[in-house]
Write a protein that binds this ligand. Structure first.
Ligand SMILES: Cc1ncc(COP(=O)(O)O)c(C=O)c1O
Length: 366
């Protein structure tokens, strides 16, 4: 947040800033979804409402992409993945529950757990583990945690849990009574192979997802939770009490977004080009130790040879080049001081401009 604020301050002062600190698409919602929203705004009252067709469409999505059958009633529409995570935690676990999370990981996991009086059992995941929780790591936790939050592709690393490892994780969790929450918000954004839902191997998992990444609709505040049969009522009750319903406009637009594959695949082609440009530039930046960027739109880089203070490093990078990036401390309170995250969800032209600015700057740091 501090880097984002500084970036906006510099931009307001007339500096040219390239935003590679944010984990969000820079494109708008698909054109047909926007058109639908305009139409709905003109003709419909905006009350509390849940779209039955959208729930059905999401259920169909799992059948088509994962070969998994779920009932539309298991889909709880939410105002993004963030409330879906809160619902998953509150309906699946009690205060005091111990939930395993990969470190590095998305900062809201740790903070939401703390807010709900649950314990975050951080599992240090390094390069050898591709920065992901493994079946072996879960089997070794003593005592077994009550739950685990998986993220594949992950933020901040973009790494994907391979299908056979996902199966092994589900088997360990079934054996040890560990309930899975799978944050699948980056599904659809992969460069090395398909993303496998935890539902394929763990029918009792809670699945968090949203329209914020693949569908390019972060500000529309629309997402969903897939709850297993034993938790549907609990999750639905919490949604209704804490958040009511997601925006009507977003629900109509989201349904149409499912039919906008051609436009959305165009964004992925841009991300793929940006990823290739970044990977080609990393040697010139002197960054050799990176997480394999299988998916999402991130590169997680070890900058330990250049700094012991990623926040100060990213601040200087921004001040001196106008390129804003996220310091690793946001994602890893222990080792994040020697990591940074590049987000390449901007245009290819901006990625190329950022590289041109960063190469001479990084050369001076060595
Ligand atoms: C891994 C992960 N989960 C959840 C979220 C929250 O997304 P939403 O906008 O759907 O609330 C983000 C946002 O960046 C994220 O990176």
């Amino acid at each position: 947040m501090a880097i984002g604020q500084l970036a906006h301050k510099l931009a307001a002062e007339g500096r040219s800033v390239i935003h590679m600190e944010y984990g969000q698409p820079s494109t708008s919602a698909p054109a047909a979804a926007l058109a639908k929203a305009h139409e709905v705004l003109d003709h419909e009252a905006q009350g509390y409402w849940e779209s039955a067709p959208l729930k059905e469409r999401i259920a169909r999505h799992y059948a088509e992409t994962q070969g998994v059958t779920i009932r539309p009633e298991q889909v709880i529409l939410t105002c993004g993945a963030s409330p879906a995570l809160v619902l998953a935690l509150m309906s699946g676990f009690a205060p005091g529950a111990r939930i395993a999370c990969a470190r590095p990981g998305y900062v809201a996991y740790r903070n939401s757990l703390r807010a709900l009086h649950m314990e975050c059992v951080e599992v240090p995941c390094g390069a050898a583990e591709r920065y992901q929780i493994s079946a072996a790591a879960l089997a070794a936790l003593d005592p077994a945690p009550d739950g685990v939050i998986l993220a594949s592709p992950a933020n901040p690393t973009g790494t994907i849990i391979p299908p056979q490892e996902m199966a092994a994780i589900a088997a360990v969790c079934a054996r040890r009574g560990i309930r899975i929450i799978s944050d699948e918000i980056y599904h659809g954004l992969s460069y090395t192979g398909p993303c496998v839902s935890a539902l394929v191997h763990a029918p009792d998992a809670l699945i968090v997802n949203s329209f914020s990444k693949y569908f390019s609709m972060p500000g529309w505040r629309l997402g969903w939770l897939v709850a297993p049969d034993d938790l549907v009522d609990a999750a639905y009750a919490r949604m209704s009490n804490l958040f009511l319903t997601p925006p009507v406009l977003a629900q109509h637009a989201g349904l149409i977004a499912f039919d906008c594959a051609e436009e959305l695949e165009g964004h992925i082609a841009t991300y793929a080009a940006n990823r290739a440009a970044m990977l080609a530039a990393l040697p010139a930046l002197g960054l050799a130790r990176i997480a394999p960027p299988d998916g999402a739109f991130y590169i997680w880089a070890d900058i330990g040879h250049l700094t012991n203070d990623s926040m100060a490093f990213c601040t200087r990078l921004l001040e001196e080049t106008g390129v804003a990036c996220a310091p690793g401390v946001d994602f890893d309170p222990v080792d994040g001081h020697r990591f940074m995250r590049f987000s390449f969800a901007v245009s290819t032209q901006l990625v190329e401009e950022a590289i041109a600015r960063m190469v001479p700057w990084f050369a001076r740091q060595g």
